[in-house]
Design a protein around this ligand. Structure first.
Ligand SMILES: Cc1cc2nc3c(=O)[nH]c(=O)nc-3n(C[C@H](O)[C@H](O)[C@H](O)COP(=O)(O)OP(=O)(O)OC[C@H]3O[C@@H](n4cnc5c(N)ncnc54)[C@H](O)[C@@H]3O)c2cc1C
Length: 423
């Protein structure tokens, strides 16, 4: 503990330190020998497990009261993994063989709970990280949390695992405050029960928006879907394979554009032309678009048939809302009882990480694209920001654990540092 005491000793004589502490109003200061991982979603759990496997301890901080809070608290009842299970499993533990190809969200959560148990991961719940800053003088990260006990954690490595979906995105729509019906975001939508017999406008045509429309139909509501932009709708399965699996396989041998051509050809044969139904395709192919903009194609799970049959109506962008209706950009006006915003999520990293080199201020994602998006300076890491879902998170987690293990072992050989860890 010598060098830690040395640091504390220096601080005792440093008036600036006390001023800073006063300003930060922190209660307890905790030294963490291994990495601090912020977020106990699948990405944070994957890193903690890979580290544990290599004998490196870590501390996981989570703002919510459970692991995988996005999946447990903010997703609709009918949700299943959008991708086949083999592309969604975390490192070192496959899904149970008894799980279906597309596990339900409850199965996925039970898998994550078993995963945390297997690797002995016990996050500190109800601790929201409000700031993390690299202290150049100490060459350590200082992480402050809010919650019942305000704490400051000090560590050598910081792993950002707060996800691409940390905060809901709510659009500003003209007249939104005038609308008298309910307006909910998909993060608080469980199922269509409360919308039975009602006319519901769903804003946003990604996978969630499409699926919520289908759910509303199944609960005898009358949904309309706002499609502002172009969109790629693909069948979930093609030629006997999952579309995602097929893409992964083909991309090993063929360039993106060639695979895109095949995807579009097969989609046309299986789904027909989607444009007459208000779903115009972008000029770029689905994979090229995803890699350039991050925009994910919709994998159809039955919504398209409901659009074709007229059970779901497609509308253009909203111009403004009034008390009971929506006016669209084509000047049509229609009454609605409720609105569901399927307008997605965004990263919250810029709100708490005091670092601007590695993470972008604009979107809260690492500036460098995959595969170089996992490692910053001074022991800073990012997991789950590759726009490649759980598969991308697993790749990041393995790399981070390997890198930290290397430093951990090198530092363990340093007798001064070893004494810190032992005490
Ligand atoms: C409806 C839906 C369906 C999806 N389906 C799939 C799929 O089938 N396959 C796939 O690969 N991906 C899917 N995704 C993408 C999905 O986001 C990821 O797969 C996965 O949840 C990402 O895990 P994560 O740990 O990076 O982020 P999250 O699951 O969002 O976990 C981040 C955690 O960090 C916590 N946190 C945030 N800020 C702080 C803070 N300041 N302090 C402390 N804790 C904090 C959060 O509470 C949360 O628990 C889906 C996403 C959605 C929304």
């Amino acid at each position: 503990m010598d060098s830690w005491r040395e640091i504390e000793g220096k601080q005792v004589h440093d008036p600036l330190y006390y001023k800073q502490k006063e300003r930060m109003n922190t209660g307890v200061c905790v030294w963490v020998p291994g990495p601090v991982i912020v977020g106990s979603g699948p990405s944070g759990l994957a890193v903690a497990a890979c580290l544990k496997d290599k004998g490196v301890p870590s501390l996981v901080l989570e703002r919510s009261n459970c692991i995988a809070s996005l999946w447990q608290l903010k997703t609709y009842d009918r949700l299943r993994l959008h991708l086949p299970k083999k592309f969604c499993e975390l490192p070192l533990m496959p899904f149970p063989a008894s799980f279906p190809e597309y596990p339900t969200k409850h199965q996925f959560v039970s898998y994550l709970e078993a995963y945390a148990k297997k690797f002995g991961i016990v996050p500190q719940f109800n601790e929201t990280v409000v700031s993390a800053e690299y202290d150049n003088g100490l060459a350590l990260w200082r992480i402050r949390t809010s919650g019942e006990a305000k704490k400051e954690y000090v560590c050598r490595w910081l792993v950002v695992a707060t996800g691409e979906n940390a905060e809901v995105v709510t659009p500003e729509i003209d007249g939104m405050n005038e609308f008298k019906g309910s307006i909910v975001h998909t993060s608080t939508y469980g199922n269509g029960n409360m919308f039975r017999g009602k006319k519901v406008l769903v804003v946003g045509c990604g996978n969630s928006g499409m699926e919520v429309c289908l759910d509303l139909c199944n609960h005898n509501a009358r949904p309309s879907l706002v499609v502002r932009d172009t969109v790629h709708v693909l069948p979930r399965e093609m030629l006997g394979w999952s579309t995602f699996g097929l893409c992964m396989g083909l991309l090993r041998w063929f360039p993106t554009r060639a695979v895109d051509c095949l995807l579009l050809l097969v989609s046309r044969i299986m789904l027909g032309d989607t444009a007459p139904f208000g779903l115009r395709r972008p000029s770029l192919g689905p994979l090229e678009l995803k890699s350039l903009t991050g925009k994910t194609p919709v994998l159809d799970s039955g919504t398209l048939n409901k659009i074709k049959s007229g059970d779901i109506k497609v509308c253009p962008a909203i111009k403004r809302l009034t008390e009971h209706s929506a006016e669209f950009v084509d000047d049509t006006l229609e009454d609605f009882d409720a609105i569901v915003l399927a307008t997605g999520y965004k990263s919250n990293v810029p709100s708490w990480l005091k670092e601007r080199e590695f993470f972008s201020d604009k979107d809260g994602l690492p500036r460098r694209p995959f595969p170089d998006s996992w490692k910053g300076e001074h022991g800073l890491y990012a997991v789950g920001f590759t726009r490649r879902g759980l598969n991308g998170a697993s790749i990041d987690a393995r790399r981070i654990a390997q890198d930290v293990e290397r430093c951990w072992k090198a530092e363990a050989k340093n007798p001064l540092i070893t004494s810190i860890y032992k005490n």
